[in-house]
Design a protein around this ligand. Structure first.
Ligand SMILES: [Zn+2]
Length: 418
């Protein structure tokens, strides 16, 4: 396998597809999806044969994919073998194994081939930094763990790539990061915001938020500090799902993923994804946990790939409350807006559903008491208006930078019966 050829081929394909009309693109995508269903999907024991239509396949979820890991990859690698590989170098023979962060028991595993790793690199470069590529880039990646996905980039001469471990904390690598002088920074929004508040000496040409939902409250702080528009890379264990274009549109990666959407209420959808260009681990009609708001209008850049207005949060973080008329669901964006709109001085908070009828709002003691009171009232008023039976408690406490887990300002921390 020639890695550079794979990356270059994927780069070229990604650019080529982005110049098609929507109609041409859909024809290309339908043919690629059909090929995947006929040739690749049946090689996973879970499927065994090609379906007449994609919609004939069952919807899959993380619990199923993890419970029957060996039936969803073509090498019959078991979850136990994958975890063992992960504890070592992250290699299982020629395959790379990775996992998402998360609470134990809730981590997602993935396995990809060398060729797929290079194709992934080519696609992400074509989407994120096609104009910077030929000028030599220094890319700083600050993510929860080094997944092995980036090894391919490290071997390329066009890119210098440095990985900084989110979990070990910024104090331990601040000097090294500043000395590296990255031209591209990829990091979770909380870390980008930390760079801003601590005045890190950084002058990148492009900054990407990744690995966590970008909360609108963080965007202006980060953009003011770097004096750049903040772009997003939306990826998960399951693959690369969306990247911001040069016109600021967050385009779904429909050139490698077929998306179906389930309505989640309030104008939001949750995606079912079929990753039709991955052949090692087969993922079809996989239900993601994310809540998206799709754009109505196409992007000015002319790409046929659909745009997302916002990644609102996770389905897990929808508040589920009781009311006299039955269950009430309140989505994270609505809850967030209630807090932020209550007072302009509020730019950080935590709102957690801690029990079936209990909600806790935490605000740092540095915020004025009247601002905190207004936010407290606003959340209670929102839930009352929905007839939800819930008491909101206000907690005044500092909000520390947590590097060991994903930041979720709105979170449902209920143990749910399955
Ligand atoms: Zn665009």
């Amino acid at each position: 396998m020639n890695g550079l050829a794979e990356a270059a081929g994927s780069f070229a394909l990604t650019r080529w597809v982005s110049r098609k009309s929507r109609a041409d693109f859909e024809r290309w995508q339908a043919a690629a999806l059909r090929r995947f269903l006929d040739r690749d999907l049946p090689r996973a024991p879970f499927y065994g044969m090609a379906p007449a239509r994609l919609s004939d396949l069952p919807v899959t979820e993380k619990a199923l994919l993890m419970a029957r890991f060996e039936d969803f990859n073509i090498h019959h690698l078991t979850a136990a073998q994958a975890w063992a590989a992960l504890a070592g170098e992250g290699r299982a023979g020629p395959l790379t194994v990775g996992a998402s962060t998360g609470t134990s028991g809730n981590r997602g595993l993935f396995v990809i081939s060398e060729a797929e790793k290079y194709r992934w690199l080519g696609a992400i470069l074509a989407k994120a930094v096609p104009d910077l590529l030929w000028r030599g880039m220094r890319v700083a990646v600050i993510l929860p763990q080094n997944t092995g996905l980036y090894d391919s980039a490290r071997k390329s001469r066009l890119i210098r790539l440095a990985f900084f471990d989110l979990a070990s904390g910024p104090e331990s690598w601040r000097g090294a990061l500043e000395a590296f002088e990255p031209t591209v920074i990829i990091a979770p929004p909380k870390m980008l915001r930390h760079f801003a508040s601590e005045g890190f000496r950084l002058r990148p040409k492009r900054v990407f938020s990744a690995a966590e939902t970008l909360d609108p409250v963080d965007r202006p702080v980060i953009e003011d500090f770097f004096r750049l528009p903040l772009d997003q890379i939306y990826m998960a264990t399951e693959g690369l799902f969306a990247v911001t274009c040069r016109q600021g549109g967050l385009h779904l990666a429909e050139d490698s993923v077929f998306f179906e959407f389930e309505l989640a209420g309030e104008g939001l959808v949750t995606p079912l994804v079929t990753t039709f260009r991955r052949r090692t681990q087969i993922m079809a009609r996989y239900r993601m946990n994310d809540l998206l708001r799709l754009s109505e209008a196409p992007c000015r850049c002319g790409s046929p790939l659909r745009c997302v207005d916002e990644i609102v949060g996770r389905m897990d973080d929808v508040f589920r409350l009781a009311s006299p008329d039955g269950p009430v669901l309140v989505t994270p964006d609505v809850l967030r807006n209630a807090v932020l709109k209550a007072d302009r001085r509020i730019d950080d908070f935590r709102l957690v559903q801690t029990g079936p009828d209990k909600v806790e709002l935490s605000l740092p003691p540095t915020f004025a008491d009247d601002a905190a009171a207004a936010a407290h009232e606003a959340v209670q008023a929102l839930l009352d208006a929905r007839q939800a039976v819930a008491t909101v408690t206000l907690v005044r406490a500092p909000l520390p930078l947590e590097t060991g887990r994903k930041l979720r300002r709105v979170e449902a921390r209920l143990e749910r019966a399955r």
